[in-house]
Structure formats: structure tokens, C-alpha cells
Design a binder for this molecule. Structure first.
Ligand code: GLU
Length: 305
């Protein structure tokens, strides 16, 4: 096992200069390609780590998994999927054209920005303050890390430059699928995307999902089994942007990536995996993270297919 973990890190480092850090959110452009690491947790809470696994980064789209889980726990499956489909798109995560032209009545899935914003708007709570507190507390429940916070600078950077997301939110207001005040939902979404975490945190969330909702460290049930199942399925079909099909073939692990450079993986019945490497490929996935996941999958036979 030690050799496999060492090699996985070497593989990740090899390709971490092969992409570029996200620049469309100016704060993310400060990521250092040398920061590569990963954590893997089994269902008893045993931990396997290498590299910069404690380095914190903003979870970005990985929080779409968290908000979907919370919305499902709050409202149930039927209600959530009245507002969002569960179909992969084959289009970029922030595409406006495909949404309006192909399927304007509701977003394709909860892992693209439009779908995630609708899902976030369904989270229960009085106003923005209570809702963000609930998202942070729920993240802490899943990670076991009591001090979940969001990065104020990244949040403000996104708020300042998030015109594409603003367009999507107002488009959804115009069609009637987004209820309430779009500015409030956008703000909440930007805060949510800026939540800070490390590989250990996301590996733990992965292990909760891998264990059908049982927390690997406390042994407590923190999610309904059904909700863990739904989210793992959607991660498999939609979690790696428009590279989800290729990733299913090359790796076969239900996963969700974020433009902050993290990838959360859940290997049913076996492991949660969290990887980090800030440089991204053209689809928006961490180059190092993909390589590490593929290497671990091959060597430890982790593909679900
Ligand atoms: N906050 C980012 C956005 O909305 C999240 C994108 C991502 O990680 O895929 O553009």
C-alpha cells in the first residue's frame, strides 16, 4: 500500500504543471501548482495520506454535493427534482445557451451552476444568514471538522465577477423556476462555493457517501441511505463536468470536482478520497487530481464498473 500511495503522489506532481489555475475568479489565480496531495479514508475511519493533504482550498463546485444532500434531507427527492432534472449535459458547467435552447423549463442537473443555484434556493431557513449557517453546520457534520468557514476574499471575488451566474439566476427567475430573490440565492451560492476545506475534509465526506450515510469516524448515521445513493449516482453521471463520461471509463469512481482544484470521490463500500492540485484541464478538472484518482483506481481496483 505504501508504494502505491507514494507513486500516486508522484504521478499527480508530474502533471500538475500541465494545466492552468482558474483565473475567471481572480482570487483562485493565486493557487500554487506545487501544492498536490490526497487523503483516502476507509469506512472505519482509517486514513491514508500523502503530500499537501492539509492545505486548505475553496471547495467551489464540490459544495454542490453538500447543498444537494442538505436540500434532499430538507425536502425529499420528489420536491427537489420538481426544480431540477437529473440528466448529464455534455456542455460546460456555466453554459447559458444550452440551457435556454435545449431545456429551458428546468436545469439539466444539480451539478451545473444553474441546477446548483436552484437547489441552494430550496435549503430551509429564514433568510441568507440562517441558510448559510445551516450549510456550514451541515458541512461540519459531514467532515467532522467543527470550524467550517468560507473564505471572505474568494466570496467577494466571485460576487464581483459572477456575471455569468447572475445571468443564469435571472434567466431562471424569468421562467419562474427560481423562487424568491435571485440576489439572495446568488449571494448564498457564492458563499457556499467559497467554503474552505482540505483533502481530509472531502475524503471524510466521500467516506460518508461510500458508507451509505454512516459517518466513518463516529459511526453515526448523518444522511438518509437513499440520499447518499441519489447523490453518488448523480456524481457518477454529472460530477466531472462535461468529462464525466471519460472519467467513468478511466476511473469509475463517483466523484465531484471544483475549480478550486479539489476532487471528492466516494468508492461505495470502501473509501472516501479527497485530492488537491490547483491546476485545471480544459474542462475544469484538477490535472493532478484526475491522475491520482486514475492511478489509485487502477492499482486498488476501485472502479465500480
Ligand atoms: N463558484 C464557481 C462558479 O460558480 C464554481 C464552479 C466550479 O467549481 O465548477 O463559477
Amino acid at each position: 500500500m505504501d508504494n502505491i500511495l507514494n507513486e500516486a503522489l508522484v504521478e499527480g506532481i508530474k502533471v500538475s504543471n500541465g494545466g492552468s489555475v482558474a483565473t475567471y475568479i481572480p482570487e483562485l489565480a493565486k493557487g500554487d501548482p506545487k501544492d498536490v496531495g490526497f487523503a483516502m479514508m476507509d469506512l472505519e475511519g482509517n486514513l491514508f495520506t500523502r503530500g499537501e493533504y492539509l492545505k486548505r482550498f475553496t471547495l467551489q463546485s464540490i459544495t454542490k454535493v453538500i447543498s444537494l444532500l442538505l436540500a434532499l434531507e430538507d425536502n425529499g427527492m420528489e420536491e427537489v427534482f420538481r426544480y431540477v432534472h437529473m440528466e448529464p449535459t455534455g456542455d460546460p458547467f456555466n453554459s447559458i445557451m444550452s440551457f435556454e435552447v435545449k431545456n429551458p423549463e428546468k436545469p439539466f442537473n444539480p451539478m451545473i451552476n444553474a441546477g446548483a443555484m436552484v437547489v441552494t434556493s430550496l435549503i430551509k431557513g429564514e433568510g441568507k444568514k440562517e441558510k448559510i449557517s445551516r450549510i456550514l453546520e451541515f458541512t461540519s457534520l459531514l467532515t467532522g471538522n467543527e470550524k467550517t468557514v468560507y473564505d471572505e476574499k474568494v466570496y467577494l471575488s466571485e460576487k464581483e465577477t459572477g456575471d455569468r451566474n447572475r445571468s443564469l439566476a435571472y434567466f431562471m427567475k424569468s421562467t419562474g423556476i427560481m423562487k424568491g430573490n435571485p440576489e439572495e440565492t446568488l449571494d448564498l451560492y457564492f458563499m457556499q462555493c467559497s467554503i474552505l476545506g482540505n483533502c481530509l475534509d472531502i475524503a471524510t465526506i466521500g467516506a460518508v457517501l461510500a458508507g451509505n450515510g454512516i459517518h466513518p469516524v463516529t459511526g453515526e448515521r448523518v444522511l438518509k441511505k437513499e440520499n447518499a445513493r441519489i447523490v453518488k449516482t448523480i456524481m457518477t453521471t454529472c460530477g466531472m463536468y462535461d468529462a464525466s463520461g471519460e472519467f467513468a471509463v478511466s476511473c469509475g469512481i463517483p466523484a465531484k470536482s471544483g475549480v478550486g482544484g479539489g476532487i471528492l470521490g466516494a468508492v461505495p463500500g470502501r473509501y472516501g478520497i479527497g485530492t488537491f492540485g490547483p491546476t485545471l484541464d480544459r474542462k475544469g478538472n484538477s490535472t493532478a487530481g484526475i491522475r491520482i484518482m486514475e492511478y489509485l483506481s487502477k492499482k486498488l481496483d476501485l472502479s465500480i464498473f
